[in-house]
Ligand binder design. Structure first.
Ligand code: ADP
Ligand code: MG
Ligand code: ZN
Length: 727
């Protein structure tokens, strides 16, 4: 098994910067990776957008051999492979959509160890020949992504996932890392048992998505509101979820008619069309996808800026997962749900023919959802409470409607009494409208024919309107004082809690009813806190799209939004500065940097922009004293081993520092030391190697050059090479 040096963390951080262009790990990524590289199994439960992929991508790059990544969807696989290749990493996939020749070619590449990552679909796995192949390949570890697919209790059950363990048992023992965003304990237990991960270290992180803004709006006349909302999104991508296929088609058409490019997506479309629609969304040929929940897991677009629920989801878990597709890149994500209690009733009716237990469970989930929507409590607090997390709403930072526009409450003891008493008087045999008519004191035909004008509660309306009373009764239902009996035409009955309360009324408060169109929602979007140059940002975005189109990849594979923002803030005008941009490693800088740098340079010149000095200087960090010392002593031609020992660094650490200095743009001449320590033929050979190699990867160089060359020699020559040619 791989020896884990004490230096592993420094290596990991260097790798993170070099390949991915990130300065720091997020959350528990580093712990997860260290655990894996030590040869241990791991079970990672982190919300969508937390950065789970990196937990296997980085170790795959750093460890010898090929990492096997099991992933459920073909579209997702292709996506990740594109992303890896854009970073300059060799990756491939195997699935049923490929022809034989391509399939064999990828296998051959894996066997000859040219791949760092191999993505496979679970159905390919179970074939006999696949096991043989795996035993020929040098598998570094196995990652099982979207591992909740293993469980029937999860939202995307895939029977083939249940066979994964069997495969693992038939190949050489390697560490396994399983990853999911599913928070429910039942699914988690299922996964551990099925994959034999009982001993695995568990990495569970908070499900709080701090960058998402949650908002529930009354579903009044939603279509014009949605159109207006999308138009204010500045062309940013979004998903609109509807429950029925018909609605999806209808809404998508309406958006198109109104000048918003949109495609429908649902399980009723044939798979070719589905892929096509998904692709056009990824490539930003359309702004919006209108979808049933069938759309989601396969979509890894990091810059979805809004998720709208046209219909209420069937459970809080569903709501959380679907809204979770917004803002994966950590930037703004707006989640708006259009809520109408009648939708809950409708959904409940759909379950009418299901077995009683299933119906009861479904109803329970639905009512939890309803209560979530109607409650005036911080949305985030409620969501996290649902997943068993404590949360102090002061931290929400106005990132939900209830925190931003607190709903006023009133003492509802008296009206609650009237409503409950009214239900009691009519023995729970009437529907909501009739109850309201009684309380309002109506003397219509129906009231009179039942003699309901004689009731004690008749006319006790307390000066309130019809809609107010409906809101009061609905709140009583959601809070369990009343039951709406679907099996009995939707009549309203007292619950045991309601009966108990009537016997012994305690004070109760409720949310004040507001007419939907009077609710102030003008500034529903997250406050604009842009610090970057948005004119340049738009230009960069256009350029990104052009390049993506040329190369036929999604724009975010070129650079993600946070990188463009960083460019529009720091104005990098050469490759060294460019590599300091967030999310830009050396691979990406080389592959895509030039046109961006050219654009920025032109922009800076044309607009006379003063660039701040801190861009040019690489982040100082705690090692800057070492760096300075090294640079000064190289200028004085002090032998490198001597510099190392003076700073009590190992030669390896010393060489790593050197590499950092050089790759951040400082030119150093180390010929004096190389002449003394490496014989000339060897120098030439290594130099030639780097001349033709398409990566500066050390491991690859070592493999290519063979054991005649020490790692130190290779590192020294690489430093010379880079310093001479790149700086
Ligand atoms: P998940 O699979 O957990 O939903 P992804 O792996 O798709 O999340 O990552 C979400 C986003 O986070 C991606 O855009 C990725 O590039 C970004 N990301 C991951 N790790 C980091 C990091 N350490 N620093 C900055 N961005 C990161
Ligand atoms: Mg993922
Ligand atoms: Zn809140």
């Amino acid at each position: 098994m791989l020896e884990v040096s004490t230096n592993i963390k420094a290596d990991l951080r260097a790798g993170l910067k070099k390949y991915f262009g990130y300065d720091a790990f997020r959350g528990r990524q580093e712990e997860v990776i260290v655990n894996l590289m030590k040869g241990n199994d791991g079970f990672v439960i982190m919300p969508t957008g937390a950065g789970k992929s990196l937990c296997y991508q980085l170790p795959a790059i750093l460890m010898p051999g090929t990492a096997l990544v099991i992933s459920p969807l073909i579209a997702l696989m292709k996506n990740q492979v594109d992303q890896m290749q854009a970073l300059g990493i060799e990756a491939g996939f195997l699935n049923s959509s490929m022809n034989r020749a391509d399939y064999e070619a990828v296998k051959a590449k894996a066997i000859s160890q040219q791949l760092k990552l191999l993505y496979v679909a679970p159905e390919s796995l179970v074939k006999e020949e696949f096991i043989e192949f795996l035993n020929q390949a040098n598998v570094s570890f196995v990652a099982v992504d979207e591992v909740h697919c293993i469980s029937e209790w999860g939202h995307d059950f895939r029977p083939e996932y249940r066979r994964i363990r069997q495969i693992l048992n038939n190949i050489h023992k390697v560490p396994v890392i399983a990853l999911t965003a599913t928070a429910t304990p039942k699914v988690q237990a299922d996964i551990r048992q099925n994959l034999h991960l009982e001993e695995a270290s568990v990495f569970l992180s908070s499900f709080n998505r701090t960058n998402l803004y949650y908002e529930i709006r009354p579903k009044h006349d939603p279509i014009p509101e949605i159109i207006k909302y999308v138009k204010m999104q500045n062309g940013n991508s979004g998903i609109i979820y509807c429950l029925s296929r018909r609605k999806v088609e209808e809404l998508s058409d309406l958006l198109n008619v109104n000048g918003i490019k949109s495609v429908p997506y649902h399980a009723g479309l044939d798979s070719h069309l589905r892929t096509q629609h998904q692709d056009s969304f990824l490539k930003e040929e359309v702004q919006v996808v209108c979808a049933t929940i069938a759309f989601g897991m396969g979509i890894d677009k990091p810059d979805v800026r809004f998720v709208i629920h046209y219909d209420v989801p069937k459970s809080i878990e569903g709501y959380y997962q679907e809204t979770g597709r917004a803002g994966r890149d950590g930037l703004e994500g707006n989640c708006v749900l259009f809520y109408d209690f009648n939708d809950i009733i409708k959904l409940e009716k759909f379950m009418k023919d299901k077995p009683v237990s299933e119906r009861e469970a479904g109803k329970h989930l639905l009512y939890e959802m309803a209560s979530f929507c109607e409650s005036g409590v911080c949305r985030r607090k409620q969501l996290l409470h649902y997943f068993g997390e404590e949360y102090d709403e002061k931290r929400c930072n106005s990132m939900c409607d209830n925190c931003r526009y607190p709903k006023s409450r009133f003492d509802a003891t008296k009206v609650a009494h009237t409503a409950l008493r009214c239900v009691q008087e009519v023995s729970g045999k009437f529907v909501i409208n009739h109850l309201v008519q009684i309380i309002k004191g109506s003397k219509n035909q129906q009231i009179l024919s039942f003699g309901h004008d004689k009731l004690e509660t008749h006319g006790q309306n307390d000066g309130r309107g019809e809609k107010e009373w409906k809101s009061i009764i609905t709140q009583l239902i959601v809070n369990d004082y009343l039951i709406k009996d679907i099996d009995d035409y939707g009549t309203i009955k007292l619950s045991p809690k309601g009966i108990a309360w009537l016997k012994n009324p305690a004070s109760m408060d409720m949310i004040v009813y507001q007419e939907p169109d009077k609710i102030e929602r003008d500034h529903f979007q997250t406050e604009d806190v842009r610090q970057y140059d948005d004119i340049l940002f738009d230009k960069l975005k256009k350029l990104r799209k052009e390049i993506a189109q040329q190369k036929n990849i999604p724009p975010y594979v070129v650079f993600q939004d946070p990188s463009l923002e960083d460019m529009a803030m720091k104005y990098p005008i050469n490759i060294q500065e460019f590599q300091n941009i967030q999310g830009v490693g050396s691979g990406k800088a080389q592959k895509f940097g030039a046109p961006f740098i050219a654009l920025i340079k032109k922009y800076v010149e044309e607009n006379d922009i003063e660039r701040s000095a801190n861009v040019v200087v690489k982040t100082a960090g705690k090692n800057s004293a070492n760096k300075l010392f090294i640079i000064q002593h190289i200028d004085r031609k002090t032998p490198l081993d001597e510099i190392a020992s003076q700073k009590s660094l190992s030669m390896d650490e010393m060489l790593e520092e050197l590499w950092h200095i050089i790759t951040s743009g400082t030119k150093l001449n180390i010929d004096y030391y190389i002449q003394d320590s490496i014989d000339e033929d060897k120098q030439d050979e290594i130099y030639d190697y780097f001349m033709q190699a398409d990566s500066d990867d050390l491991e690859m160089a070592q493999k290519e050059l063979g054991t005649d060359f020490t790692s130190e020699e290779i590192q020294l020559m690489r430093a010379k090479f880079y310093s001479e040619l790149a700086n």
